[in-house]
Design a protein around this ligand. Structure first.
Ligand code: NZQ
Ligand code: ZN
Length: 386
């Protein structure tokens, strides 16, 4: 096992009815800015529950944080925070709203141009405290210190990670996910699955706890994901998926093991240039990464094939091929297509994607930092069509 430090300060409030508990988590005298997206929380009652929990407080609202939140939109919220002396941010939504709120939290007290937090890893000295009411299990943002923000004008989709932007608390009420459209159910399962794979499918470091934990999460998604599509109001199914997605990226399974974030980094460029949903890009790229990096990943691919898909017979190459095919089939079963062509994107798009990777210095990706632009080209070319 590799050395690690691990600390996760987010308090989880899990279960039906837990939105009411946010009253205890935010000091009564603090001025709260509630941030949310395009309005789903107004249709499904989440907004009303949040407002009821905060009755009697000073509450300001900021709506309109879009999927793949933009710097342009978020800076409007930063101005509100500064002008209205906001003390606490409450993000109510999916990963985009939570990520966007983390940026607002760091940007509001930042001296200088806040974009530098993303573009130049400018150090953050302070951030406003934030909490989250999660409505879409997918990103793990509710229990981590990461945030991904897009600058629309320049088509940059960049991430920052900082301990100061972990949510103080996160409400995980599975009933609020009943209203998710099938596309977002599928997206969430594929995103969480890929997070687990990127911390699991590297090379062995004799870390059976992390391996078994990751395998348990993968199997849970394979078992429960299709049930969520078939029976959208099954509480237990939603509860298991929700907790699974949080555990997939809260630092636990990634502690002490190598990480391969190539799929995410290449995927971010596809979203930046073509606007695909985050999980759609992962469903396209992950099977190609598994294929192109099969040699350095061989030991873990065979373990994955056996423990996740029960593949124990046939040659090693056959087992690996079948495991990759089954991964793709699972994504398709969740309604997320796995080739660029399925989204109307052809091989002619590859050079611009490579130029983006180069511009963002994403030229040494993967657990061995050996995914250079030539390798990314192979991954992308393999991702165009079957
Ligand atoms: O905007 P509203 O109206 O709320 O609708 C949203 C949005 O259109 C809708 N939705 C959310 N909860 C709903 C609901 N609709 C009905 N009922 C509900 N309960 O779903 C749509 C998508 O929401 P979004 O927040 O964009 O999705 P997701 O949670 O997948 O977040 C994606 C973003 O997270 C980033 C991605 O890059 C992307 O920008 N990521 C953040 C990570 C992190 N912080 O650790 C890691 C991830 O790998 C990822 O990169
Ligand atoms: Zn992701």
């Amino acid at each position: 096992m590799l050395n690690f430090t691990f600390q996760n300060p987010t308090r989880i409030l899990f279960g039906q009815g837990q939105i009411a508990a946010i009253a205890r988590e935010i000091p009564r005298e603090q001025r709260v800015l509630i941030t949310y997206g395009g309005g789903s929380i107004k249709q499904n009652g989440v907004y009303d529950q949040v407002m009821a929990a905060l009755a009697g407080r000073t509450v300001v609202e900021f709506a309109g944080i879009e999927p793949n939140p933009t710097y342009e939109t978020l800076m409007n919220a930063v101005r509100i925070v500064r002008d209205q002396n906001i003390d606490f941010l409450l993000a109510v939504g999916g990963g985009s709203v939570i990520d966007g709120t983390k940026f607002i939290a760091a940007a509001a007290p930042f001296q200088g141009e806040p974009w530098d937090i993303l573009a130049k890893y400018a150090p953050i000295q302070s951030a406003l405290p934030l909490g989250a009411v999660l409505t879409l299990p997918a990103t793990g943002s509710e229990m981590n210190g990461g945030s991904v923000v897009t600058r629309r004008a320049t088509q940059d989709k960049l991430a920052f990670i900082h301990p100061l932007v972990y949510p103080r608390f996160a409400v995980l009420d599975p009933t609020v996910t009943f209203t998710l459209p099938p596309r977002q159910i599928g997206n969430g399962v594929v995103d969480a699955y890929t997070h687990i794979m990127e911390q699991y499918l590297t090379y062995p470091v004799n870390a059976p706890v992390q391996d078994r934990f990751a395998e348990g999460l993968l199997l849970t998604l394979i078992e429960e994901g299709p049930k969520a599509l078939a029976a959208p109001e099954d509480y237990d199914v939603r509860a298991n998926i929700m907790w699974c997605a949080t555990l997939a990226l809260n630092g636990l399974i990634g502690a002490g093991v190598p990480g391969d974030w190539a799929t995410h980094m290449i995927g971010h460029e596809i979203t930046a240039l073509h606007g695909l949903d985050h999980a759609q890009t992962l469903a396209i790229i992950l099977p190609s990464v598994m294929t192109v990096k099969r040699e350095p990943k061989r030991a873990k691919l065979l373990q994955y094939a056996e423990r996740i898909w029960g593949l124990t017979t046939g040659s090693e190459n056959e087992r690996i091929n079948t495991a990759i095919a089954k991964t793709r089939e699972f994504f398709e079963q969740m309604g997320v297509h796995t080739y660029l062509r399925d989204y109307g994107i052809g091989a002619d798009a590859v050079p611009a994607l490579l130029a983006q990777l180069e511009r963002h210095k994403m030229t040494a990706l993967g657990e061995h930092q050996d995914i250079d632009l030539a390798t990314s080209r192979r991954i992308l070319e393999l991702s165009v069509a079957a």
